[in-house]
Design a protein around this ligand. Structure first.
Ligand code: ATP
Length: 268
């Protein structure tokens, strides 16, 4: 009988430790992210979800441990190798992190000019394609971040994260602050993009609806490490008190019931 192909881990975190002074945020944390999956990362406030994301994308040097992205340790690479590796992932930060002095198309074009060496007109033309991919209506290009709704800021930031055709997309609380309809639309967009572009998605979220709608697997950060990782129904059965109150509290039950009524056909 043919054996299934082994799963490729595009991100591998081993024995990660992160300390800030006397505060230990991560202790011996291990995590694998598989190619093509949407991995949801959840945990109580302050459990170190954003610090984990920053450690993986090379914005923070961990206290100790190894982080490999596509088999390479970002922090040990030469600047040129590092920049090549960084082109293979895009990051959407919590607040969008758009430059307020640039309009939307200039924000999205910037990485294409700086890292891909495109001319300004070429970069802006391609940025227009990315904005359409992120679901922004024509006319948004010339607006400044302060003129956009919260949902539009997220979509513009997503377009920028997609500008270099990344293989991995990191999303830090993408639906935070969005109304439920915009949040659901954003969830559908992430699923569509993953399927259309073959992305791997590392998704930090508190949003139970997002977990139920989009994630193939869920990792729970608790007790300074990844306490449990797996499909949502398996993770939700873990006996940890935080897991129990998160998945089986009123909001967890509502999200589960909504998902049972309307399961997403696109989830793998
Ligand atoms: N640069 C820093 N200096 C000192 N402490 C920090 C720094 N960055 C993060 N921390 C601390 O690390 C802990 C984890 O922070 P992090 O932002 O990763 O939490 P989180 O799980 O993403 O929380 P939330 O869900 O509230 O966004 C917090 O106690 C935070 O205060």
């Amino acid at each position: 009988m043919p054996q299934p192909a082994p799963q490729e881990n595009v991100i591998q975190v081993r024995d990660l430790v992160n300390r800030f002074g006397s505060q230990t945020v991560h202790e011996h944390l291990d995590l694998d992210v598989r190619r093509g999956e949407i991995l949801g990362v959840v945990g109580g406030s302050g459990t170190g979800k954003s610090v984990l994301l920053r450690s993986i994308v090379g914005l923070r040097r961990p206290t100790s441990g190894q982080v490999h992205v596509f088999g390479q340790d970002l922090l040990s690479l030469s600047p040129e190798q590092r920049s090549q590796l960084e082109r293979r992932f895009g990051v959407l930060f919590q607040n969008g992190a758009l430059f307020s002095s640039l309009n939307v198309v200039e924000n999205v074009a910037m990485p294409l000019i700086e890292h891909a060496g495109l001319s300004r007109p070429e970069a802006q033309r391609l940025a227009g394609v990315k904005l359409a991919l992120a679901g922004l209506p024509p006319g948004t290009e010339i607006k400044y971040p302060s003129e956009l709704s919260g949902g539009m800021v997220k979509r513009a930031a997503l377009a920028r994260a997609l500008s270099m055709d990344p293989e991995i997309l990191f999303l830090d609380e993408p639906t935070a602050g969005l109304d439920p309809i915009s949040a659901a639309a954003f969830d559908r967009l992430i699923l569509t993009l993953r399927d259309a572009l073959g992305l791997t998605v590392f998704l930090v979220t508190h949003d139970l609806d997002t977990l139920y709608t989009t994630c193939d697997r869920v990792a729970v950060l608790s007790q300074k490490k990844v306490l449990v990782v797996g499909p949502l129904d398996v993770v939700a059965e873990n006996g940890d008190p935080w897991v129990q109150s998160y998945f089986h509290g009123p909001r967890g039950r509502a999200a589960e019931e909504a998902h049972e009524r309307e399961p997403s056909p696109e989830v793998k």
